[in-house]
Design a protein around this ligand. Structure first.
Ligand code: SF4
Length: 257
């Protein structure tokens, strides 16, 4: 009780009394919190990000998309098929598929149940067939048979969200429209403290703010490879990780310091 009183007294004492006739000082505007910096945290310090990029370059200098394709449309098809499926499985299905349906028009007006059977082994084949038919039709009827080159246009294709659009625009056209956020990128962005968000759209925004734009395409491929080979979900291979020294994730299985 005595302590509380003393504190109250001290606070009261510290307040300057306004004198009659003296001009009242204008209230200073409340300090704004540096929102972006607070949300980003120390993980996105530019010097640290540079070390991460250098490490990724060392391990995966020529990382690229693992889905086999000869053009943007084939990559779009393969990326749609890769949802909830391994790239290896997709690469087994696409050679026959592209022989049978060589152009966007062939996909657009394919028999739905036949197409479903052709892609059945990739899983979720009914939804995937719908996306393939819908997006191919739109490409033929609205975009002159060419996969569009902007994120806004890509997002008008049925079954295409930012992840697929980023893969296609980045890999097929070299257009840096964002960062691909799949399950590996999502996990590693958090482990490397590059994002504290769980929502893929917000994670992508965080990564776009932290990583220079001219690195978005390669960075996406590198992180996906890192997730497949080293920073795996269940038991990351931290002893083999080139980023171990800059990583302070609670999921680490080894620490050199
Ligand atoms: S040190 Fe371990 S947890 Fe951190 S990025 Fe490397 S593999 Fe992943």
């Amino acid at each position: 009780m005595a302590k509380t009183k003393a504190i109250t007294k001290a606070k009261t004492k510290a307040k300057p009394k306004s004198k009659a006739g003296s001009k009242a000082k204008p209230k200073s505007a409340p300090r704004k919190k540096p929102v972006a910096a607070a949300a980003a945290g120390r993980g996105t310090d530019p010097a640290r990000v540079r070390k991460i990029l250098a490490g990724l370059d060392k391990s995966y200098p020529a990382a690229t998309c693992a889905l086999h394709h000869d053009n943007a449309f084939q990559l779009l098809v393969a990326t749609i098929l890769s949802a909830q499926c391994t790239d290896e499985r997709v690469n087994k299905v696409t050679p026959d598929l592209f022989r049978k349906y060589p152009t966007p028009k062939d996909f657009a007006y394919a028999d739905p149940s036949e197409l479903e059977q052709d892609i059945r082994s990739t899983g979720f084949y009914r939804n995937k067939a719908k996306s393939l038919l819908g997006s191919s039709k739109r490409i033929v009827e609205e975009f002159g048979g060419e996969v569009p080159r902007s994120m806004d246009e890509m997002l008008t294709l049925p079954g295409v969200a930012r992840k697929t659009a980023n893969v296609v625009l980045g890999t097929a056209y070299g257009i840096a429209s964002g960062v691909v956020v799949d399950t590996h990128v999502q996990r590693i962005a958090q482990r490397l403290d590059l994002s504290k968000n769980m929502d893929p759209k917000k994670i992508e925004q965080d990564l776009m703010a932290a990583v220079p734009k001219d690195r978005w395409i390669l960075f996406s491929h590198q992180v996906i490879l890192h997730g497949r080979r080293v920073c795996q979900a269940r038991r990351p291979k931290c002893t083999e990780c080139v980023l171990e020294k800059v990583c302070y994730s609670k999921d680490k299985t080894y620490s050199s310091s």
